[in-house]
Design a protein around this ligand. Structure first.
Ligand code: CAA
Length: 392
């Protein structure tokens, strides 16, 4: 191995691919089904539309399509992909990693370290950090990594979390930092808690909603405190073009910004301005797809990077229940301004079909073991470009 091969290669996000599933429903359709005021969901939680998966369409399809898009945009030789790391909390098997399903469909095999990462919504970020650190260590010998964050976030019908549901996937090739470089230094915080968990065999998560909010805010405060250190917080924040958060639902992010602002001694007006200028605009796509667990933060980051000039800095706060959090710093590269990956979201939003409350109820009936055909929920499989793909 030559010295040149082990030198630290330029490292960051070389390409991004996104994918949202083919169904959606506005949260205002859910509210009457659950006897709630729609304003609770739209204003109280800040939610707008949920992404939903039709029968036989799931995390494998989401992850694979996002990966396919990221690889096509990267344009490199897939022989150079030496790592495939998939972050998810929608595992399809307790042993076989989701990456094996993705690799199978993409035809990736051979000298590839392929694995799944689980840490609730933090798993995708961990996969990305591992990929970046693998390259920065020199061990990658200039191979590239394919990182995917993909999830289907469903709650039990009637659960308070139901209006926050969603689904989506983000894939990133970690190679030369054409889209964004990733700072080697990041700011982590973890504490063992039972705020949100899914015991083996359970279809839906168990949630201590109030505790989960407290944990998220505490993690955010500690990560931003570490970022600022002994510097003036205003000076640090002024260096950021955008501040992205994991988005369980937009109001949660607002609460975290309140807590961070108050910790730094900001008044209500300054916090409002910070949120409006640097945080809220990054959640445009999140509002249209709902919570996508591991993918949520990276949907927000993809949105924030689109249109940035070279050298602009973006903060990315990742949170996973249990809990672990990490604040990453990115810097936009030459391909950020074109933001070509926005086309993925535009195409998927245009293609997706909107359910009403009745169709949603029929869709969820399959969770009770009833077999539901795509036609029964109003999905026209004859014209659907997705057809009836199986996850297994
Ligand atoms: N009009 C306007 N606003 C209304 C309203 C109305 N008619 N009725 C209620 N509201 C407001 C409430 O005042 C409240 O606002 P504030 O928090 O600002 O006071 C808001 O709507 C929500 O009301 P509740 O607190 O009563 O909501 P809830 O108990 O029904 O559910 C939740 C809220 C706990 C967050 C629920 O969405 C949940 O369990 N979510 C899953 C867990 C989660 O997302 N946790 C976030 C951190 S953990 C994490 O990040 C991992 C992850 O992705 C899941």
């Amino acid at each position: 191995m030559s010295t040149a091969a082990t030198a630290t290669p330029p490292t960051g996000i070389a390409s991004i691919g996104l994918h949202l599933p083919p169904l959606s429903m506005p949260v205002t359709e859910l509210a009457p089904l659950r006897g709630q005021d729609p304003m609770k969901y739209t204003h109280g939680l800040g939610c707008e539309t949920m992404s939903l998966c039709p029968p036989d369409y799931g995390v494998v399809e989401l992850a694979t399509e996002a990966a396919r898009r990221a690889i096509a945009r990267w344009g490199g030789d897939t022989e150079r992909i030496g790592m495939l790391a998939v972050g998810t909390e929608t595992a399809v098997d307790m042993s076989r990693p989701l990456s094996a399903w993705v690799a199978d469909r993409l035809g990736l095999k051979g000298a590839v370290r392929s694995y799944e990462v689980k840490h609730a919504c933090y798993g995708g970020t961990l996969a990305l950090r591992q990929a970046a650190e693998w390259r920065l260590s020199g061990a990658a010998q200039d191979q590239a990594a394919l990182v995917v964050a993909a999830d289907v976030a469903l709650y039990e019908p009637g659960d308070p979390g139901e209006p926050t549901q969603g689904a989506g996937a983000v894939a990133m090739v970690i190679d030369e930092p054409r889209v964004a470089s990733i700072d080697p230094v990041s700011y982590a915080w973890s504490e063992p808690e039972f705020d949100f968990w899914r015991p083996i065999g359970d279809s839906y998560p168990s949630v201590d909603g109030a505790l989960s909010l407290d944990c998220y805010k505490r993690a955010a405060e500690n990560c931003f405190k570490a970022l600022v250190g002994k510097r003036n917080p205003e000076e640090v924040l002024s260096e950021l073009a955008a501040i992205c958060f994991h988005v369980p639902f937009p109001k949660m992010v607002r609460k975290a910004v309140d807590q961070i602002g108050e910790f730094f001694g900001f008044g209500a007006e300054r916090i409002e301005q910070l949120y409006a200028d640097k945080v809220s605009p990054t959640m445009v796509w999140n509002r249209l797809c709902g919570n996508a667990y591991t993918a949520s933060l990276w949907i927000s980051v993809a949105n924030a990077l689109e249109g940035l000039a070279v050298g602009q800095r973006v903060a990315a706060f990742s949170y996973g229940s249990g809990f672990g959090a990490e604040l990453l710093m990115l810097e936009s590269g030459t391909e950020a301004s074109a933001g070509i990956w926005a086309k993925d979201i535009e195409a998927d939003l245009t293609a997706r079909e909107q359910l009403d409350g009745a169709a949603y109820t029929r869709l969820r009936a399959q969770d009770d073991g009833k077999t539901i055909l795509a036609e029964e929920i109003g999905l026209d499989v004859a014209t659907s470009r997705f057809g009836k793909a199986s996850s297994r």
